[in-house]
Design a protein around this ligand. Structure first.
Ligand code: GLN
Length: 186
């Protein structure tokens, strides 16, 4: 399959590597027209306010809101997919969740944690960098993983969102799961 990585900001190359390790073709998506050639889209981490501004600028917001392309958001990408962000209306609103940004405390900017992710594996290394968490989920959202009492991975229909950065390790099982189990090729 052809999987796009939104290439406006963030760890694009690392995601493409995981797509290739999963046995598929990865494409850096910079223009909306490229959305027509792909079977799924990954929204990388970075800074969600910047990411949103760039998505507005290049015309991605409306096209993606109206599209039924499967999407996988990591960190800032998860924030972009959420229905609500800290009590305010979210951006693409594909995942029926409320996220809070930078939720693991200022003194621990980043950390790693071994995660048990439902349906994927019990030993995924999660790299968290100024990570958000999912404070609330509505009906129909499947909670896949937590760190303590904080939800860090969810799935709803064809949308997957995680607080961490799977692309920064050599373990590509989360990306492989998104492509092989969440995308139906017709
Ligand atoms: N803190 C960032 C934000 O709020 C997300 C950080 C990341 O993607 N690593 O958008």
């Amino acid at each position: 399959m052809k999987i796009g990585v939104l290439a406006l900001q963030g760890a694009v190359r690392e995601h493409i590597r995981h797509i290739e390790l999963s046995g598929h073709e990865g494409i850096a998506v910079k223009r909306v027209e490229q959305l027509e050639e792909i079977d799924g889209l990954i929204l990388p981490g970075g800074e969600s306010t910047t990411l949103r501004r760039l998505m507005d600028l290049y015309g991605f917001k409306e096209v993606l809101q109206n599209s039924d392309l499967p999407m996988f958001g990591t960190c800032a990408g998860l924030i972009v997919l959420a229905q609500d962000v800290e009590g305010e209306s979210g951006y693409l609103k594909k995942l029926d969740i409320t996220v809070e940004r930078n939720s693991f405390g200022r003194q621990v900017d980043s950390f790693e944690s071994e995660l048990d992710i439902k349906g994927i594996a019990e030993d995924i290394e999660g790299v968290f960098i100024r990570a958000p968490h999912i404070a609330q989920v509505e009906e129909g959202v499947d909670v896949l993983s937590r760190v303590g009492d904080k939800i860090v991975a969810v799935k709803q229909g064809k949308y997957l969102g995680v607080s961490f950065h799977p692309e920064l390790t050599d373990d590509y099982r989360v990306t492989e799961y998104f492509i092989n189990h969440m995308i139906k090729k017709d």
